[in-house]
Design a protein. Sequence first.
Length: 422
Amino acid sequence: MPAIVSGVVEGSIAEELEIEQGDILLSVDGQELSDLIDYRFYVNSEELTIAIQKKNGEIEEIELEKDYDEDLGIIFESAVFDKIHPCLNKCIFCFVDQQPEGLRDTLYIKDDDYRLSYLQGTYITLTNLTEKDKERISRMHLGPFYVSVHTTNPELRVKMQKNPNSAKIMEELSWFKSQDIPFHAQIVLCPGYNDGAELERTLKDLDTFGDCLLSVAIVPVGITTYREDNLLKRVDEKVAKETLRISKPYKKVCCSDEFFLLAGEDIPPAEYYGSFCQLDDGVGAIRMLIDDFDSLELPNRVSKPVSLTFAASYAGRSALEYIAQKLNKIENLTCDVRAVRSDYWGENITVAGLITSDDLIRTVKDSDADYIVIPSIMLKPFSELFLDGKDLDYVRRETGKEFIIIKEQYSVGELVEWLNSY
């Protein structure tokens, strides 16, 4: 896709040049751009000539002067301006293949693009990395990357990803090390495949990469009700405890919050998570939420009685119950927590980002609370659209409830601000 403008930063050069949503950035100093990496590289100059195609098709060439590292303030629809590198694997645990029809189009995209990994923290398998890609990564010294390793056993990785190129994972990671390119590793744990002794082997192999290995996240496989076979088993209490035991000696390895919940163990202190490198994988989200809440100054009372219901995922319920217990000490405030069971995906899916509109409705429709509190991760970014294509207005109509959306992840600071002004 071309470099389509989705917006401009207020007060920026782009706003001054009257660049608008729907315009297309064609080139910078005659250089066509393949992605946001190119854009950032070529705009680092004090004098530029940019070519813009306006919405009416007219092409404008604009010469400008700016500070060397000053950005133009253009926001693009996508970080990639040419074709996204597709995933060539057929992973036995692929979540995209376990989805029903009728969801948002973007949810069916299988990307395996090193550029998105560098720019946005998405996970790549390194099975489609070309020599041209490597040359660019090395020349521009890109990184860190987020790599879906799963296992370092070549035969097992081929079996799990159904791609002959999967066998070269140690070779590809060794190339990263030779170029001093840092990376984060991810392991989707599938009981009966890459757990137990295979997990021990993988962690030992990854440990050999030294400083180039920044972190390792272990997450449980997600199994939806739409899966057409029974090849996979969910992570249960026994597997969770074993995984925590195996991973414990490795300082850079962190298990996702679900392992501790399944094992019936307390969420570790912040020190366990280091720099919280893989929060979006559910690694440390509960700890960060609790610690952030404990740092907030709560009011002693609110000016008039108000009641809140937190609609929580099963994975996040314990943290929100802790928060609700503290908030209930505030005069005139009443809070409760309701965990949303996923009838849509099946009981094994327990994260907030996959909660659908009808599951939310079923959970909160009989609540007596004045407001229902939900995290923005339930909704498509910059919208009020749920995964199933229905919006928050639909939920409002079906429940008759008012909603408070917490926009900041891993924090209820804005909710506390709202309570202070209520």
